[in-house]
Design a protein around this ligand. Structure first.
Ligand code: DSN
Length: 445
């Protein structure tokens, strides 16, 4: 091992190099990463003291601070209440909780809370192989941490979606306490409204993991799960919703059934799964929510348009993009099968060598034991869209990708073009350049 001085030197150098590499020289197509505006980044810096403080205790039925166990909280309480109210306003609901440090934490608290509020510990979920997040699965926190009994929705491989009729039969037979929707490979809205009646019939709580699509929901470009009948949204705050890394749970405290569940979820947050809740990110969440309120519709529309444009263009140029008959996607992502070109692992690496960053992905019909070499790629367009890419720019980017995928050019040559393209899109759009600009905008509105 290096001596301490060398380690520190290398650590600082790696951190600097990372900023240059990923922020300035690479094009980011990882579907789970968001792009924060300068105002959101500035707000994070302005909240530097808050980042080191402690707050723990109980919240009330509006998601406001009820009790804290430390002194010195007077502004921290206001900050938490205001940020929560801004998110409630954006998603048109009466209760929210921002104390979660990630989307997985939001799922942990929600599934734990609902498993005590619900009549049993059975949970119907999307199969992991079909795009559910690992936290929904028996192999992840739902099964291995919380000991919930998982039963799978029936998934239609051709539609890339849950089969509503067959899943209704599964729910009717299993009579679960919880039904979940949403996930990580998430191309089309899930059948929430179609399955709401049967969930009510068996008295199941409905939780919808919106981590990937929260920004699209805010922009009105994807199904609104609460309107369609979900009881709770669980989400991270840093994917298509371009805030700082964190988590959120949203719902409506509209009756005794919901109040019982909210109380159980709040208990699952504190004291069960969080002590300090990392408040330094909360002012920045509020700024990101304001940006989504003002610019979210335009951003979400262009994001989906860009994803569909890429789907169409790659497909027309000989790459198997899934679901051509369905317009490829209604979200920020597309899924591509590159088995004809060497598989997901090889192509993701070749593209990384060309400074185009995305992830290999198992597709539902792949051998699920061969996680290292799936045939798929998952490609997300939320980052490039926020940098200002329109349809023509997306086609240009696809041309660069195609030249690598088809082996027509060396990745190291394409890399120079990628760095040049990235330089043309070095500003963040659909947001504010500073906190002052955000404040002055709302005060004039
Ligand atoms: N695993 C992440 C994703 O890429 O979808 C979500 O936590």
């Amino acid at each position: 091992m290096d001596n301490l001085a060398d380690l520190v030197f290398k650590l600082v150098e790696a951190a600097r190099n990372h900023e240059e590499y990923r922020d300035k020289e690479c094009i980011n197509l990882i579907a789970s990463e968001g792009l924060k505006s300068p105002a959101v980044k500035q707000m994070l810096c302005l909240a530097a003291d808050l980042e080191g403080r402690y707050a723990e205790g109980e919240n009330d039925r509006e998601g406001h601070v009820k009790k804290r166990y430390y002194q010195g909280q007077k502004y921290m309480t206001l900050i938490e209440n205001y940020a929560t109210d801004i998110m409630k306003n954006l998603f048109n609901c009466t209760w929210g909780d921002l104390r979660l440090v990630s989307g997985t934490h939001a799922n942990l608290a929600t599934f734990k809370g609902l498993s005590t509020a619900a009549k049993n510990r059975k949970m119907v979920v999307t199969p992991l192989s079909c795009g559910a997040h690992i936290s929904h699965d028996y192999a992840g926190l739902a099964g291995s941490v919380l000991g919930l009994e998982n039963i799978n929705h029936v998934y239609n491989f051709e539609e890339f979606n849950i089969d509503p009729d067959k899943s209704a039969d599964v729910i009717r037979a299993a009579k679960p306490g919880i039904v979940t929707f949403g996930g990580s490979l998430f191309l089309f809205p899930h059948p929430v409204k179609e399955l709401k009646e049967v969930c009510d019939e068996v008295e199941a709580y409905v939780a919808y993991d919106a981590s990937h699509v929260l920004g699209l929901i805010a922009g009105g470009e994807f199904q609104d799960p609460l309107k369609e009948g979900a009881d709770f949204i669980t989400s991270s705050s840093h994917k298509t919703f371009p805030g700082p890394q964190g988590g959120v749970i949203l719902g409506n405290a509209k009756d005794q059934r919901m109040e019982k569940a909210i109380k159980a979820i709040q208990f699952a947050i504190f004291p069960l799964s969080a002590s300090n809740t990392h408040l330094g990110r909360l002012p920045a969440v509020g700024i990101a929510a304001l940006e989504m309120k003002l610019f979210g519709a335009e951003l979400a529309k262009q994001t989906v348009k860009n994803a569909q444009t890429a789907g169409q263009y790659l497909y027309e140029n000989g790459v198997k993009v899934v679901c051509p008959d369905k317009g490829f996607t209604r979200s920020h992502q597309i899924a591509v099968d590159v088995c004809d070109f060497g598989g997901g692992k090889k192509i993701a690496q070749d593209l990384e060598d060309a400074n185009i960053i995305l992830n290999k992905n198992l597709l539902p019909y792949n051998n699920q034991n061969d996680r290292d070499n799936p045939s798929g790629l998952r490609i997300g367009f939320q980052d490039v869209t926020r940098r200002g890419f329109k349809e023509g720019d997306i086609k240009h980017l696809c041309d660069l990708m195609l030249s690598v995928i088809k082996g027509k050019r060396k990745p190291s040559e394409v890399k120079e073009d990628v760095i040049a393209l990235k330089k043309e899109f070095n500003q963040v759009k659909y947001g504010f350049q500073s906190v002052e600009e955000a404040v002055s905008y709302v005060s004039k509105a």
